[in-house]
Structures are given as C-alpha cells and as structure tokens.
Design a protein around this ligand. Structure first.
Ligand code: HEC
Ligand code: HEC
Ligand code: HEC
Ligand code: HEC
Length: 480
C-alpha cells in the first residue's frame, strides 16, 4: 500500500491537463495479494475497499478482473460494479454462463473509436458462483462483436494469462492492437511486436507504471513515424556535411591531400547513400499524406515509483483512515475474541447514486442537508470510533432498506459502501435516484417523505420523542 499515494501523485501529474485523451487501465489483481481471503471484516477487505475508493476517484477507464480479485468472493466486486467501478471481463461467468461483468468498454478519444476487453486465468481455488470460460471460447465472438460496428477500431486486450498464451492470442487475432498483460512471472516488459499486436507489461504491485503514448494513424498497423525518421536523417546529413567541409578545408590548407583522401571518399559515399535515403523517405511521407495510410506509432516509458517522490494528499488521508480502522478492528477483535460479521444475503446499493451526485443539480438542498444532523451522521460514528460497528451503521448511512425492516438486512456489506453513501443521504428520504438522474422529468422522486420512512431509524430505542411534523420541518429542504 505504501506506493499507492505516490502512484496517484504520478498519475495526477501526468494526466491532469489532458485527461480527455488518456486512458487509465489496469490488467487486474488489484485488490488482494492472497489467493483466498476469509469472510467477515478483516484487514484485507478493508484494504481492498480503500483501493477501490482510490481507483474510483482517479477515474480508471477499465480494470480487468484478475484471479486474485476474486479471492474475496464475488460480493465486493459486485457491489463496486453496482456503484460504477469499471470492472471488465469477457470470460468470467456465472453458473448459467451469464456474464458477471462488462465484457467490452468502448471509448472515443479525439473522435477515434477504442474498445477494451479483458480475459483472465482461473483462480486457483473455485469461487462460489463463478465459472471460467477459456479465451479460445470467448475471444472470437467478442472481437466480432467489436469489429462489426467499426472495422478499424483500436482494440485493447487486458490479460492476466501467461506469456505464451498471450503470444498465441497475438498470433491468432491480429485485430487486437495492444495487449496489456499481467503475467505474475514476468516483470516489466517493454513493448514487443508479436505478429501485428503490441505486447506490454509493467511489474506487479505498483512498483512502476507504464506510460504509452500512442499516435493513431488510420491503418490499424504499428509502424514507424516516417516524419520523425526523415527529420533524423536530415540531421545526420547536416553533421556529415559539416565534417566534410572541415576535412576538405584542412586538406587544402595543409597540403596533405593523401592523408585525408580516404576519409573524404568514405564520407562522400555515405553522403550519397544518405541523400538517396532521404529522397525515398520524403516520397514515403508524401504518399502517406496523399492516401492517408499513416500507421499507428508509439513511444513508451516505464515510470518507477521512487522513494523520494511526493505523496498524493487525499490518498494519504485515506490510508491514514484505513490504518486507524484496522487498529480499531484489531482492538475490537481482541476484546470480543470472536469473529465479527455475519454471513448472509447482501443488499447491493444498485440504484443508489449518492448525495454528491444529487447535489450537483440540487445545490441549494445539498448545502442545506450538510448542515443537518443527517448530513454528518457518519462522522458522529467516526468520532466515537463506531464506524466499523455493524450495529450502528444501518441508521447512520444511506441504504435501501427492504420493507423498512432492518432484520432482513445484511450489514457486513455496509463496510464497503462508497463514501457517497455514508451518512443519512438524500435517497433515504426521496428514494433511489438512478432513473431520476437519467431523466429527472419522467422519473420523479418522492417529494415529501412519509412518517414510516422516519420511523425506520427514529425508533423508540434511539429517539423516544419522535414527533413527525415538527421534526419534518427541521429537516425539510428549502424550495428553489
Ligand atoms: C441531472 C440533474 C439532477 C440530478 C442529478 C438529480 N435531480 Fe432531482 N430534479 C432534477 C430536475 C430537473 C427536477 C425537476 C423535474 C420536474 O419537476 O420536472 C428535479 C426534481 C426533484 C425533486 C422534486 C420532485 C417534485 O415532485 O417536486 C426532488 C425531491 C429531487 N429532484 C430529488 C433528487 C435527489 C434525491 C437526487 C439524487 C438521488 C436528485 N434529485 C438528482 C434534476 C436532477
Ligand atoms: C435504529 C437506528 C439507529 C441505530 C441502530 C443507531 N442509531 Fe444512533 N441515532 C439514531 C437516531 C434516529 C438518532 C437521532 C436521535 C434524536 O433525534 O434524538 C441517533 C443519534 C445518535 C447520536 C447522537 C448524535 C448527537 O450528537 O446528538 C449518537 C452519538 C449515535 N446516534 C451513535 C450511535 C451508535 C454508537 C450506534 C451503535 C451502537 C448507533 N447510534 C446506532 C438511530 C440509530
Ligand atoms: C430526512 C429526509 C430528507 C433528506 C435526507 C433530504 N431531504 Fe430533500 N426534502 C425533504 C423534505 C421533508 C422536503 C420538503 C418537501 C415538501 O415541500 O413537502 C424536501 C424537499 C426537497 C426538494 C424539493 C425542493 C422544492 O423545490 O420544493 C429537493 C429538490 C430535495 N429535497 C433534494 C434533496 C437533496 C438533493 C438531498 C440530499 C443532499 C435531500 N433532499 C435530502 C426531506 C429530505
Ligand atoms: C436511515 C435512518 C434515518 C432515517 C430514515 C431518518 N433519520 Fe432522522 N436521524 C437519523 C440519525 C442517525 C440522526 C442523528 C444523526 C447524528 O447526529 O449523528 C437523525 C437526526 C434527525 C434529526 C435531528 C435530531 C432531532 O431529533 O432533532 C431530525 C429532526 C430528524 N432526524 C428527522 C427525521 C425525519 C423527519 C425523518 C423522516 C422524514 C428522518 N429523520 C428519517 C437517522 C434517520
């Protein structure tokens, strides 16, 4: 985890200005180091939830589900998927063969079409509810699906398969332009052309990152940048000319013509060859401009995460909070000496979008809400170091309580809820906002929450003096 905030610092610095034409992708094995992670609340799961938060904030475009990501079971992955995390896999399916994650993510960058897909190898232990299909089975149809819409689309495959399989894929599917791999037995792999695909990998656990700058031509073929080659050749000719002039002058002024003759002849031959090369390259540049067959070109750098690099402050804060959470958890474990958390059904925050998103359109109500106790209900728990207590979280968070009864709710998953669902948010009173967000005029939310909603939390045990009307007035959002 130590490298995480340096990594974030680096990403922000590299991409802040041009975030519209960059893609941030990861080939997977992000969450866990172990092959299997215990149920319940534990250090590993708290850490994984923090990693997800950090990756969500920086705005990753696609993250492949690797076998280690499955080590904690499906729940965490499905919850983060439901709140918008860009998990991607074309070959991880459920018991009935249905896809569990998105299989293709499409992007447009500067008007060019890009598709990202992902395949992974199987986890070493079976995961309940998860089946794996082989890449041989899924890739043909996925690639067909991608290319029928745009034949010249730039295709990226994220793969946690091993190197020999990746090479096989490159041989069989030349339509894949770029394979970003995560073979744990290999470290950094510089861009390597295999058949028509470029293979690339950065070493695992974030010791370095890879920055690949691609300039897309219009034929899906990797090639050299002929403009740049031409410029290099012209520079070379320049310095050759200068050398020649100097020697000719010397030979004339000293009179030792024989001494210099051989070198001069050699340089003159070189000059002639270079001139021919330049003429040809000029021709090529011209042709490329005329028929528009420029190739895709790239430059590449590995960016090591150096010890003395600054940290990203928001990430540092998160890690501090994580460390504190882990401390509290361990203390609690010692006290009770029994496992925390219950097994069970999990409610996903599927159609909840979080108060921040609501406030982006309803600024006035958002500002008001922050001043109410509902807006700080989670902080109240943090102050008392009770924010990991499953008995407290349900009423101090934004959740979709089935039938208003907490009994049927499995609270363990609340720990991995996104920050935006902490505290008693807008959707507690106005209802789930997913559809309203997409089309506010057609999908209206509840305007005035009824007493039953309040009573879910304002129970006798927690509020022995609940009167609907006066309390409603206290928290009613302003009009406008
Ligand atoms: C994309 C902007 C947008 C977002 C995001 C948004 N709303 Fe709205 N909301 C609107 C608009 C526009 C209206 C007015 C619709 C109308 O009356 O036709 C509205 C109306 C409302 C109303 C009044 C309904 C009524 O009957 O008078 C409530 C309450 C409301 N929104 C709550 C929310 C909540 C809670 C969220 C977050 C879950 C949210 N909104 C997110 C745009 C948005
Ligand atoms: C069934 C819902 C529910 C549960 C569970 C719950 N609370 Fe609350 N809590 C409330 C409500 C409602 C209030 C507001 C009470 C009022 O209006 O007087 C409240 C208020 C509080 C306050 C007072 C805030 C203030 O500054 O006045 C604290 C502190 C608090 N809760 C902590 C906890 C802790 C710690 C737990 C777990 C042991 C917990 N709550 C569990 C519903 C709940
Ligand atoms: C504890 C319940 C509760 C919470 C939480 C809550 N609201 Fe409200 N909201 C109300 C009540 C009550 C009204 C007033 C309804 C009425 O006029 O009858 C209201 C009114 C509104 C309206 C309509 C305002 C108008 O034009 O008259 C909007 C929009 C709204 N809320 C948005 C939000 C947003 C956004 C959030 C979160 C940032 C939020 N609400 C959080 C209870 C809540
Ligand atoms: C998801 C649980 C939940 C729901 C639903 C809920 N509240 Fe609360 N409410 C709380 C908690 C928790 C607090 C205390 C927060 C704190 O201070 O940390 C609180 C505090 C309040 C307070 C301030 C303390 C007080 O008693 O004066 C008012 C007023 C209030 N709620 C009114 C309402 C009303 C009205 C509704 C229904 C429209 C409602 N709440 C629905 C959890 C809830």
């Amino acid at each position: 985890m130590g490298g995480l905030s340096k990594k974030l610092f680096q990403i922000k610095n590299l991409t802040e200005e041009k975030s519209t034409n960059r893609l941030l992708v990861d080939s997977g094995n992000l969450l866990f180091k172990r092959k299997i992670v215990a149920k319940g609340i534990n250090q590993e799961r708290l850490t994984a939830a923090t990693i997800l938060d950090v990756y969500t904030d920086i705005g990753y475009d696609a993250v492949a589900v690797g076998p280690h990501d499955l080590a904690g079971g499906l729940t965490l992955l499905q919850e983060s998927k439901a709140s918008g995390f860009p998990w991607l896999s074309a070959n991880i399916v459920g018991k009935n063969g249905q896809l569990l994650f998105k299989s293709i993510i499409k992007k447009q960058i500067q008007g060019r079409n890009i598709a990202i897909t992902a395949v992974s190898n199987a986890p070493e232990r079976a995961i309940p509810g998860v089946e794996m299909q082989s890449w041989e089975e899924v890739l043909p149809s996925i690639l067909k699906q991608i290319t029928t819409e745009h034949s010249d689309i730039f295709i990226i495959l994220l793969s946690s398969l091993n190197n020999s399989e990746n090479r096989k894929i490159a041989q069989i599917f030349p339509e894949i332009s770029l394979l970003i791999t995560a073979d744990s037995r290999q470290g950094n792999v510089s861009p390597t052309l295999v058949n028509k695909s470029l293979l690339i990998q950065t070493e695992r656990q974030g010791k370095s990152q890879g920055l690949l700058q691609i300039s897309l031509g219009n034929s899906r073929q990797w090639g050299q940048d002929s403009q740049k080659i031409l410029a290099d050749l012209q520079n070379k000719l320049g310095s050759l000319n200068w050398q020649l002039q100097r020697l000719l002058k010397k030979s004339k002024s000293t009179g030792f013509t024989e001494k210099y003759a051989a070198t001069i002849t050699r340089l003159e031959n070189e000059k002639e060859a270079l001139t021919t090369e330049i003429t040809e390259m000029k021709q090529q540049v011209l042709e490329e401009q005329l028929d528009g067959t420029a190739k895709d070109t790239f430059t590449y750098r590995f960016l090591p995460l150096k010890k003395n690099m600054p940290n990203d402050q928001p990430t540092e804060e998160r890690l501090k909070k994580l460390n504190n959470d882990i401390r509290v958890l361990n203390k609690k474990k010692k006290e009770t000496n029994k496992p925390i958390g219950q097994a069970a059904v999990i409610r996903l925050p599927q159609s909840l979008i979080g108060s921040n998103t609501c406030s982006s359109c309803h600024e006035l109500q958002g500002d008001f809400w922050k001043t109410t106790q509902h807006g700080t209900a989670y902080d109240t728990l943090v102050k008392k170091q009770k924010h990991l207590d499953l008995e407290c979280l349900p009423c101090h968070m934004t959740i979709d309580v089935p039938g208003g009864k907490f009994e049927s709710l499995i609270t363990e998953s609340l720990l991995s809820f996104p920050e935006a669902l902490q505290s008693v948010g807008c959707e507690t009173c106005h209802g789930n906002g997913q559809k309203h967000l997409q089309d506010p005029e057609h999908f209206k939310l509840v305007r005035t929450p009824g007493i039953n909603i309040c009573l879910t939390c304002h129970t006798d045990a927690h509020d022995d003096n609940f009167q609907y009307q006066p309390k409603l007035e206290k928290i009613a959002c302003p009009a406008g």
